[in-house]
Design a protein around this ligand. Structure first.
Ligand code: PEP
Ligand code: MN
Length: 379
């Protein structure tokens, strides 16, 4: 290929195809051997604290429509010298809780020893916590300990908003032969403080669904919110986005909880939350709605094509401007022009009921691509 061809953005191939993902063999939720009604509801304390607390919580939750009982046994705490879980002794309590409530039990594992201990105590479901998902060495060690075992494993998103890292953890389990896998969106750490404990990035969960449509995705509203008040709202958003279930923290006396006291719900409140949920389905039941939607979507498709045509034209002009800048030894970034574009487009967008944030982000992306194009022509 001639050098000029290589430098021409129109002939340059993108390095990574973001649209592709390796195939994943996943058993659908219905085949997991767990009784589920509509959506999979997992609930239980952040931490197992005592036999009495575990038993009471499990029995009450069973009456409120929960399908799996969760409890942390080994707790990954951000700072040392806080309650780090009761350890293996709690596994015997869970065994009793399963017997008394009839609910399968789920435990967080972070190391191969945890896996072995859980398997020894017949724990039904395992989950990998957010801090562990972020560490490929730990995930691999867990996957290796699970080789040849048929047990459901839930994978929380990593603490940082990185869909590849989340996928990597899922692939490691899949490659170890685990087929009953689900992802859990529990929100992401962010430096900027906001109303959430862990900011939800629904777009990341949506991207995971696009890559692996057959992978069940649950939501953990408790760790997203960090408080009881917002939890029902986040749970409903998860339903609106077609997630397959919820993992909710619940404690018989939340105020006294040894970890995550602010976000745990009493079992009866979990029941109310489940009751208040409006479950959604992907497709309409009425055939006429289906046809109406089709017609509207055809219009959208047409508009999207027009948008792409216009963006293509815009980029061509931008490259042309880039050549002029090069000849004149002008900078690619033109701060005054960019300031004008932002102000003008945001104002024009407002007249079309488009939010400032959306228009700003949209033009930031377009501008970034223009700069990339002009720089390509500059090399
Ligand atoms: C938990 O579920 O108690 C927990 C520690 O969650 P995360 O890994 O999402 O922080
Ligand atoms: Mn917790």
């Amino acid at each position: 290929m001639k050098k000029t061809e290589l430098n021409n953005p129109e002939t340059k191939k993108p390095e990574i195809k973001k649209t592709e993902a390796p195939r994943l063999m996943i058993d659908p939720l219905e085949t997991w051997g767990i009784k589920i009604k509509e959506k999979l509801i997992i609930a239980g304390p952040c931490s197992a604290e005592s036999e009495k607390q575990v038993l009471e919580t499990a029995m009450r939750l069973a009456k409120h429509g929960v399908h799996i009982f969760r409890a942390g046994i080994w707790k990954p705490r951000t700072r040392p010298n806080s309650f780090e879980g009761v350890g293996s002794v709690g596994l015997a309590w869970l065994k009793k809780a399963r017997l008394a409530s009839g609910l399968p039990v789920a435990v967080e594992v972070a190391r191969p020893e945890h896996v072995r201990d859980c398997l020894k105590h017949n724990v039904d479901v395992l989950w990998i916590g957010a801090r562990t998902t972020a560490n490929p060495f730990s995930v691999q060690a867990i996957a290796d300990a699970l080789r040849g075992v048929d047990i459901p494993v839930l994978v929380k998103n990593p603490v940082n908003p990185d869909v590849e890292l989340w996928m990597g953890a899922i692939e490691r389990l899949s490659q170890a032969g685990i087929k009953k896998i689900a992802a859990i969106h529990r929100g992401f750490s962010s430096f900027k403080k906001n109303e959430y404990r862990n900011t939800p990035h629904w777009e990341i969960a949506i991207e995971l669904r696009r890559k692996w449509p057959n992978l069940p995705i649950l939501c953990d509203p408790s760790h997203i919110c960090g408080n009881r008040e917002l939890t029902p709202l986040i749970s409903q958003i998860a339903m609106d986005l077609l997630m397959d279930g919820l993992m909710i923290e619940s404690h018989i006396r939340p105020e006294t909880a040894l970890s995550d006291a602010e976000q745990q719900l009493r079992p009866d409140r979990v029941g109310e939350l489940i009751h208040s949920l409006r479950f959604k389905k992907e497709f309409p039941s009425a055939p006429e709605s289906h046809l109406e939607l089709e017609a509207l979507r055809e219009e959208i498709d047409e508009i999207d094509l027009q948008l792409l045509n216009l963006l293509g034209k815009r980029m061509k002009l931008s490259r042309h401007i880039g050549e002029k800048k090069r000849k004149e030894k002008m900078s690619i970034l033109q701060p005054r022009r960019w300031k004008h574009i932002v102000e003008n487009r945001v104002q024009a967008g407002e007249k079309k009921a488009l939010s400032e944030t959306f228009v700003f982000r949209l033009f930031q992306e377009i501008h970034k691509e223009s700069i990339r194009n002009q720089r390509l022509g500059d090399q």
